[in-house]
Design a protein around this ligand. Structure first.
Ligand code: NAD
Length: 484
């Protein structure tokens, strides 16, 4: 299978916050990979911009070091690293002052796509948007990329949307949720909408429930103070888990185009029922040996912020009436894994009798590690000895099924940045989606904040608080094991 790389048109991409952590770990290495793959033309320009006092050469050195740190050596061998570095430039700029803006304006070219990555704190978005206009740098074709967090509640998200809308049309704004850039997430849409097999079963009649798990083994150490103002609900559920839920639950869009897809996702968010307090379990990890507890990491001995959350959610429409969605995410759990499991109902009648046991088809969509999908099917155990049934996975793991392509499993950021340059917003969140997600999240958070509810402590290296197990067990269901 030959990988098909279609080059994009030459562009000028300005990375505000070009010396920050995200630029270093994701944006610059991602751009290098796309350059190496032949997707970025050599006459493109990547312009780092931040308050740091760097020359173009300094920024090239900075980028080279980032690439050496985050891209394995065998991938860099015989690569056109120097040619890539030639595309890099730097402008020292103050988002909230006037320094550097004229130089940036002078550097930009008229006849190419221009995009601006706002890889800075959201409090600077307004100042950046305003100056891009004041200095005549942005035009009707300009695209801007904004990072999470997109607000911390409905009010702040609305304010942020309004600020951006003062200077840019919705079609110019690319709100990144990097989960949407994952290969498997897009493959989920292909599996659902390009096969006749799944869609007839994709409803409450055949699906018992759906589980979405995003588990991390790391704690919040290092960014504890920031995280403590956010918590798992704001940091993960409102954006990443909600987006995954939308892709699972949405109706087939009429076309795979940005607004058709996003209209359907929005309908799902608007159909979410309010969550009852007894359908939510919040947790905070304890200390373990020398490893600090959440409260120590957060440097807040009385913190009521959750590092774990599990909740039972309902999508109230015809397709999903009666099928619960269980979402959970947390830090310092047993393994690092992200997966969606669509658990189908039992066969309506077992012709094999009680001793054959109960067997269920489960479609598992793994986002990390080892992106891929498996479908558990029940078959007869080979050999004599009667009709014994076993569950075996039909494995659609990309590395096995598509060896050449798998070498090229793109980082989500690579794909999304190229989509910005191509002008394709399908995998980016629209303003109304973000607001609808906050509108559903806010009352849940307000509820536990007004009750002063403390999260349940949990032992690191486990699946979270015991109550999270009970959330499913009390209705005869069970979480899947958290494992790599
Ligand atoms: P960072 O603190 O490492 O970098 C911030 C960058 O902004 C630096 O280059 C700094 O020089 C620049 N900057 C700060 N004030 C400025 C000003 N007044 N004018 C011009 N430049 C200024 O932050 P980061 O981790 O790179 O994150 C950037 C954004 O991306 C944040 O909104 C963050 O929430 C979001 N984000 C980061 C990650 C990540 O993995 N780091 C993941 C998701 C979202």
């Amino acid at each position: 299978m030959v990988s098909r790389v279609i080059p994009v048109d030459p562009f000028d991409l300005v990375i505000f916050g070009g010396t920050g952590d995200l630029a270093r770990r994701k944006i610059l290495p991602g751009l290098f990979r796309r350059f190496k793959a032949g997707q970025i033309p050599e006459d493109s320009r990547i312009i780092g911009a931040s308050r740091s006092d760097l020359s173009d050469d300094d920024y090239r050195r900075f980028t080279k070091e980032a690439i050496e740190e985050f891209i394995p050596e065998d991938e860099r061998r015989n690569s056109p690293l120097d040619k890539f570095l030639d595309c890099l430039h730097f402008v020292t700029i103050d988002a909230t002052g006037e320094a550097g803006w004229q130089q940036l304006s002078d550097k930009m070219r008229d006849n190419v796509v221009n995009a601006f990555y706002f890889s800075v704190a959201p409090s600077l978005f307004g100042a950046l948007a305003e100056r891009l206009h004041t200095y005549g740098i942005a035009d009707a074709k300009t695209r801007i990329v904004v990072e999470k967090p997109f607000g911390r509640d409905l009010e702040s998200a609305r304010a942020l949307n309004a600020t951006l809308a003062e200077h840019f049309k919705e079609t110019q704004i690319y709100r990144i949720d990097h989960y949407l850039g994952k290969e498997t997430v897009q493959n989920l849409m292909a599996v659902r909408f390009a096969n006749v097999l799944f869609e007839p079963l994709w409803n409450a009649q055949y699906v018992d429930h759906i589980q979405i798990t995003v588990a991390e083994t790391v704690g919040v150490g290092g960014r504890g103070a920031y995280y403590d103002k956010s918590g798992a609900m704001r940091d993960m559920v409102q954006n990443h888990l909600m987006q995954l839920l939308c892709l699972i639950a949405m109706e087939p869009p009429s076309r795979f185009d940005p607004d058709s897809v996003r209209d359907e996702k929005l309908k799902v968010i608007r159909a979410l029922e309010p969550v009852q307090p007894y359908h939510i379990v919040r947790g905070q990890y304890d200390a373990e040996g020398d490893a600090p507890s959440y409260r120590q990491d957060a440097e807040n001995p009385r913190s009521l912020t959750e590092s774990f959350i599990a909740l039972r959610v309902h999508v109230s429409n015809w397709r999903w009436a009666g099928t619960p969605f269980f979402l959970r995410t947390g830090k310092r759990l047993k393994a690092r894994t992200s997966e969606i499991a669509v658990v189908f109902k039992d066969a309506p009648h077992s012709i094999f009798g009680q001793e054959a046991g109960t067997h269920r088809n489960i479609l598992t969509i793994r986002l990390q590690p080892n992106e891929g999908m498996t479908l558990g099917v029940t078959i007869k155990e080979p050999g004599p000895g009667g009709m014994r049934l076993i569950d075996v996975p039909l494995d659609m793991t990309f590395a096995d099924a598509l060896p050449q392509e798998a070498e090229d499993v793109h980082d989500a950021y690579e794909r999304l940045i190229m989509d910005v340059i191509r002008g394709n917003q399908t995998l980016f969140m629209r303003g109304d989606e973000v607001e609808a997600a906050w509108a559903w999240t806010d009352p849940i958070i307000d509820g536990w904040e007004s009750r002063g509810e403390a999260p349940k402590p949990y032992e690191p290296g486990t699946a979270g608080p015991e109550d999270a197990m009970m959330l499913m067990m009390r209705e005869g269901r069970k979480w899947r094991e958290i494992k790599e």
